[in-house]
Design a protein. Structure first.
Length: 240
């Protein structure tokens, strides 16, 4: 007696041609998903309120100067950060006479940062518009708020003002604190008046270190005028 024979039918393996439609639709789906994600990201960054400017923070100054910088920048709060053009705001803040430099940055996710570098007054000039500050470059500017106490007054303009501020900026601190006024009509005739009432004929803004050293030695002798315009041949004399 023979055993029954069982016949099995083996299904053919899927061919490469059968797999292609499925892979093609998978690729299409991934491309559509990627495009959707890009579209959502563009919408979120450029058009939605998710990444909009909610506040403006000022660095470098405070009080009245910070308020003036904010007003000049006129940053559109509520607009998406990516759409805010920072260049006009920077130009507007830099145009303020007391500002040396300014930078407007995006502080993700919802902040605009306004970094201001103010001009630093090293002297005071009194003119028809009142008291103004003068920085080391000889730039005259109104100061938002009170001027620092103890700054020397300056009587000069044009090249004389530029030269006198260059000289004042390079004075050693101990000598600078003694100066109450500076005057100049040209770049070569700078004069410093000290708190004692003595006058220093400084000459040009050149050789400040040598002139300060020579002046320190001369002031060991009592005089009314100390002339270090030519520091190699300094002189002193009594005016009274």
């Amino acid at each position: 007696m023979t055993a029954p024979v069982v016949e099995r039918t083996v299904a053919p393996a899927p061919t490469l041609t059968a797999r292609r439609p499925r892979h093609r639709w998978l690729r299409v789906g991934l491309v559509l998903l990627g495009a959707l994600l890009v579209a959502v990201a563009v919408w979120a960054v450029w058009f939605s309120s998710l990444l909009a400017a909610a506040s403006v923070r000022v660095l470098g100054v405070e009080g009245a100067r910070a308020e003036a910088a904010l007003a000049a920048a006129a940053v559109p709060v509520g607009m998406p950060l990516a759409r805010i053009d920072t260049a006009p705001a920077e130009r507007a803040v830099r145009a303020l006479p007391w500002v040396l430099d300014a930078e407007v940055r995006r502080g993700w996710p919802s902040e605009i940062v306004l970094a201001v570098t103010p001009r630093v007054p090293i002297a005071v000039i009194v003119d028809g518009s009142g008291r103004s500050g003068v920085d080391a470059e000889g730039v005259v500017f109104p100061v938002a708020g009170a001027l620092p106490k103890g700054l020397p007054t300056v009587t000069a303009d044009g090249v004389g003002l530029t030269a006198s501020m260059a000289a004042l900026a390079t004075l050693p601190p101990d000598l600078g604190r003694k100066v109450v006024s500076v005057s100049a009509t040209t770049r070569d005739d700078i004069e410093l008046t000290l708190r004692s009432g003595d006058v220093v004929r400084w000459g040009s803004a050149d050789q400040p270190e040598l002139k300060a050293e020579v002046l320190g030695a001369l002031m060991e002798r009592k005089a009314d005028v100390y002339d270090v315009a030519a520091p190699e041949v300094p002189t002193t004399f009594r005016a009274r």
